[in-house]
Structure formats: C-alpha cells, structure tokens
Write a protein that binds this ligand. Sequence first.
Ligand code: B12
Ligand code: SF4
Length: 495
Amino acid sequence: MKILIVYPEYPVTFWSFKYALKFVNEKSNLPPLGVLTVASMLPSEWDVRLIDMNVKKLKDKDIVWADYVFISAMNIQEASARTVIDRCKKLQRKTVCGGPLFSIDTQRFDDVDHLLLYEGEISIPRFIEDLKNGEPKHIYNIEGYPDLSETPLPRWDLIDIRDYAILSVQYSRGCPFHCDFCNVVSLFGHVPRTKSSTQILSELQAIYDLGWRGAIFFVDDNFIGNKKKLKQDILPALIDWMEEKGHPFTFFTEASINMADDEELMQMMVDAGFDNVFVGIETVDEDCLAECNKSQNKNRSLLDSVKTIQQYGMQVQGGFILGFDNDKQSIFQRMPEFIQKSGIVTAMVGVLSAPTGTELYERMKRENRLINDFSGINNDSDIRNDINFMPKMGIDKLKAGYEKVIDTIYSPANYYKRVKTFLENYRPQGKHKRPLKPSDVGAFFKAYFKLGVVDKGRKEFHDLMRWAKHQNMRTYVQALTFSVYGYHFRKCLIS
Ligand code: B12
Ligand code: SF4
C-alpha cells in the first residue's frame, strides 16, 4: 500500500512567524506532529511519504504515486485542504481525512472517501482492519478517548528537521477547565490524559539523536492539567535527563494562569529547562471572565501572576480576546494598558469566535446569532472575515476597537518599550547554551539592515539595542530576537 500524507498550507498568520523565519532561512515554525504520529500507526510494510505544503510544493505526480492520500487539517487550513481534496478527486485517488477540521465540521466534507474523526489511536486501527476486509466505511466517529500509553513515537524520518524553527513533543491531551469558547475540551475532553515519563524521554531521545539542539514545544492543551503527575514523575525525570545530556533543549508550553500559584511547580519547570509559556489571559474584565466561565483567571491580579511567572524565569506569551457580550468601550483602552504593563511581548489579541461543538456555539445557535461558518482564525487583518456570530456591540464597533488595540500594542514605540519592560523583570535561570548556527550571522546582519535602517521603527530599535548591549549577552540576543518577532507581527497584523 502506498500512502501519501499531506499537511495543507497555512495562510500568513500571527503564529506562522513567516516574516520572522525569513531572517533565519527556515521554512516553517513547527512540524506537523499529528501526521508524524498518524504515520507511525500505519502498518510498517506500507510505503509512506509526507508532504508538508508549508515547506514543499505538492505535485500531481506525488498524488498519482499514492493508493490513498491522507490529509490532516485545522480549520485555518480549510482552503488549502479543499484544493488538495479536489486535486485527488481529479486524479482519481482516494482520500482519508482526519484532524480538528474534519472532526468538528464533518458535514462540509461529504465528498471525502473516508473521514476518521477525533484521535487516530482509535479510528486508524479500525479503518485498517476494515480495509483489509475490503469494507472500509465512509465515517469513523469514535466515542471516548484513547489512553496515550499506546501512542507511538512520531516518524521523524519523514521530514527534514532543518526546515523547522522548533520541534515538538506532546505529553498530555485534554484540560480540566470549562472555558465556553474552547475547542480543546470538545475535541479532547476534560480529563487530562498523559504519557509516561518513559515515553516522553524516548521522544526526547529520538529528537536528540537527530542532532537537534534548541527549542522544543510541549504541544499540550494545558501542561499543568495533572500537576501531581508532573511534580512526582515527569518533571523529576526531565530534570535528570537534561542534566545528564548537558541541557540540549529549552522547552516551552501552554498552561493555565494558576501555575503562578504553585512555586514548587514553577521552580521544577524552570529546572527542567522551561523558559516560555503561553497563557490564556483572555480579558482583564471580570464580567467577561465570568461570561466565558474562565474561573481560574477570576479574582486574582492577572498582572501579579504574569510577573511572578516571569520572575521565575519563564517568558509569558498571552492570548487575549475581544468581543465578549460584556465588553464595554473601555476594554479597548484597558487591554492595551494591561499588555504594556505586563511585558507580555507576544500578545495574541483576537476576536471571539465560536468553534462548532463548543458551549459558546450552542448558545449562539440558541440566540440566533450565528452568521458564518467557523473559520478557525481570529486575528485576520480584516476581522470581519473571522467573526461567526453577531457580537453584542456590533461588528463595526468591534472592528474599530480591535484595530485600535492592535495599532497601539504593535506600534514600534509601544512594542520596543514592552520588550524592555519584560527584559527588566525577567530572571532567566536556564542552563541551555544554544550553539551558534551559520544562519545566525546572516540573520544578525539582515536584522540590523531591515530593522535598523529600513524599518520605520529604526530609532526605537537602536534605543533598545543600545540599552541591551549594556546588560548581558543573553539580554542582547533576546532583544534582537524580539525585534525580529515584532517585525513579523507588524507586517502580518497591521495592514
Ligand atoms: C501545536 C499547536 C499549534 C502550533 C502548530 C501546529 C502544527 N504545525 O502542527 C501553532 C502554535 C503554530 C498553532 C497555531 C494555531 N492553532 Co493550534 N494547536 C496546537 C495544539 C496545541 C497541538 C497540536 C498537536 O501537535 N497535537 C499533537 C498531535 C499528536 O495531535 P493531533 O494533531 O490532534 O493529531 C491527532 C488527531 O487529531 C488525529 N489526526 C490528526 N490528523 C490526522 C489525519 C488523519 C488522516 C487521521 C486519520 C487522523 C488525524 O490523530 C492524531 C493522533 O491522535 C492544538 C491542540 C491539540 N490538542 O491538538 C492546537 C489547535 C490544533 N490549534 C488551534 C488553533 C485555533 C490554532 C490557531 C488558528 C490559533 C490562532 N488563533 O491563530 C493557529 C493557526 C495556525 C497557524 N499557523 O497560524 C485549534 C484548532 C481548532 C480547529 N478546529 O481548527 C486547536 C485544536 C486548539 C484549540 N484552541 O482548540 N497551533
Ligand atoms: S484553560 Fe485553555 S485549554 Fe483549558 S478549557 Fe480553557 S481555553 Fe481551553
């Protein structure tokens, strides 16, 4: 059996880091871990190839080679996935689709030959069995969630790791919280399922053996969903392994804000090599937090929580949302003020949208407010393309307010100031020493030319770099890296 796995193209987005990657000559931010894992679940005698369209062109001859074309996608990749499906039909090749897009918006893909919904650990063995018996079904809709102890090692041999800026590992799926807009809980459930420390160390060892030395993203929905296991098993194992290997990696992940309440946990994470965490802050308005059921963010000083995490040695990246029913006009001022004070450099501000199957979606349906299909993007340069329900304040007000927030926080003056605020508060503890790569030299000169000569924020750039030069090498490199990110954010968010 010949299987071609295709990972469709993303548009240019906040997280694509497309304009930043050009400085270091890398093609994509992260590899498609889902399909690398799916590939490992296929019989070893099958011939499997992978094309990640974010790093390589998909040719007709690739499709014609295959007996089956497997496609994985998030909603944001829908346009590209649709083109791939149509090309397969034209070339008379059968399609097998899975991943978030096909699991939640299944009805849009009736023309796909086989739809394997939700997690492959359950659906793929059933599909293979039916295929062997000559009776594969159109839809495999699974009930329940698989135990991750059986999840195999990803097939890293199918990609060239040099195409990517960061590699990834997954430790857990699911999140114990109940935020009403969240797709994670409708896809992966409320009870965090975890891999064992032996599995995680094998995954890290495999990446280490590929020669990778650098950043690794733990792509968990909420890394601290099961704190007990983390503290007793996973983090001690990671700390020992990293020490033994000489700290080859830095880690970052996604976690809920309540990590700031647990000093022991933060210290262990930092000791293990975590230096960055994405936190869903969402809003600074208590009524809005209550509206979306984000209980863990309520009744606390969000600012103090962020500062605490930073002082432990972890950068905080933050997700923010505009467009709650309880949002008042003042949010368009309060949110940027918070972002500036917090020193959250990578602040992803988006408009609220309702993914199919979430509690928010059901409420919008009941209230007859749905106006579009869920697009999967929430921070387009024209947010009218993103909104899938009628916001209480009206689309025009929301659009104007959103643009004001973005223009404020990503103006060169405010952005560079925020970088400095962060670097002043940050207490890095990591022991990883990133080896210098040949592309770093080119990146350095490109950055100084683009940001220091051509860009309209050149004065602010030089001010920051002059300050950073008088700190230490680490701060200097971080200031330069953030400057490059800022260039990407401005190019992709401010039209
Ligand atoms: C890592 C990650 C990213 C990474 C990179 C993704 C990449 N290159 O793979 C980054 C940070 C870039 C990212 C960005 C975004 N992401 Co994201 N991301 C994730 C995260 C945390 C983990 C994905 C992952 O690697 N999982 C590990 C692998 C092993 O699991 P998996 O991919 O789900 O695959 C399993 C199954 O889905 C299935 N499967 C998958 N593909 C296929 C294919 C076939 C044929 C079959 C049979 C089965 C199958 O089997 C696999 C094994 O069980 C998920 C949350 C989650 N738990 O999945 C969100 C998630 C996928 N992201 C999401 C979103 C919304 C986004 C953004 C749009 C956010 C934004 N507003 O900008 C952006 C858009 C992308 C972009 N480039 O701009 C949503 C997607 C919702 C949707 N319906 O589309 C998720 C589910 C989180 C959420 N909030 O709900 N993301
Ligand atoms: S904490 Fe994050 S992952 Fe968990 S339900 Fe809320 S938004 Fe989803």
